[in-house]
Design a binder for this molecule. Structure first.
Ligand code: PEP
Length: 250
């Protein structure tokens, strides 16, 4: 049986406290009024400043709450960083690691991402481990090979379907309005699923999200692709009606 989908919103560096609280409440109301309820889990990943204040509302509505990054160490002299255990302490359930913006703008290597994912697991958070190829890597015809290598080098020990989610996010599709074809998504997700075999606990049950310009207009098509078990949504997660419309396709 296919895993229950997860729709996770990555708010990136957006939203004030008032705006974030309004968005979570709007989603909570939409969920309360929906019949039938969408057949998916829902999570939001706000900036660090909003995690603690939104924790109670997310718990009330049954939404997961995720950080957008964490440090690999449990504590120490790391000015500006936040440990995975600190996220768990204020009610987070998830944390994104290895987002392409962290990999490119903060020069995070696969080894860095693996260490962060391991820290997330140790803190009993679900790691949303992001992988994806650049446009030139896609054009080289080796996208699947490259993404699988990135995934295997970023995978922490002890990953299972219960504590990790993979997010395939082609770098060239993030925030651009462009998406891969259904055939490209299907081939990549199939390759990722095959690569997980023997490397994680319950590989068939591990959720593999698609991310990159998911919008209400393309969500149904993308989410119906085999081995696509949800979506990591950036821009469209900032507008409650759009994010809800994406969740409602499940
Ligand atoms: C993201 O940054 O994780 C993302 C998928 O962004 P967008 O949906 O805006 O392309």
């Amino acid at each position: 049986m296919a895993p229950r989908p997860l729709i996770a919103g990555n708010w990136k560096m957006h939203m004030t406290l008032v705006e974030g609280a309004k968005l979570v409440d709007a989603l909570g109301m939409a969920l309360a009024e929906a019949t039938p309820k969408p057949a998916c889990d829902i999570a939001v990943c706000p900036p660090f400043t909003l995690l603690a204040p939104l924790s109670e509302a997310c718990q009330k509505y049954g939404f997961g709450l995720g950080g957008q990054d964490c440090h690999a160490e449990a504590k120490g002299a790391f000015t500006g960083d936040v440990a995975a255990g600190m996220l768990a302490d204020i009610g987070c359930t998830h944390v994104i690691v290895g987002h392409s913006e962290r990999r490119s703008l903060h020069e995070e290597s696969n080894a860095d991402v693996k260490a962060k994912a391991a820290a997330a697991l140790a803190a009993r958070l679900t790691a949303i481990l992001c992988v994806g190829e650049t446009e030139s890597e896609r054009d080289s015809g080796k996208a699947e090979e490259i993404v699988v290598a990135q995934l295997l080098a970023s995978l922490p020990d002890g990953a299972t379907a219960a504590n990790m989610v993979v997010a395939y996010e082609p770098v060239w599709a993030i925030g651009t309005g462009r998406t891969p074809t259904v055939a490209q998504v299907a081939a990549m997700h199939k390759a990722i699923r095959a690569a997980l075999d023997g490397k994680v606990g319950d590989p068939a049950g591990m959720r593999i999200l698609y991310g990159g310009s998911v919008k209400p207009g393309n969500a149904k098509e993308l989410l119906s692709v085999e081995n696509v078990d949800g979506a990591l949504v950036g821009g469209a997660s900032l507008v409650s009606a759009d994010f809800w419309a994406i969740c409602s396709t499940c």
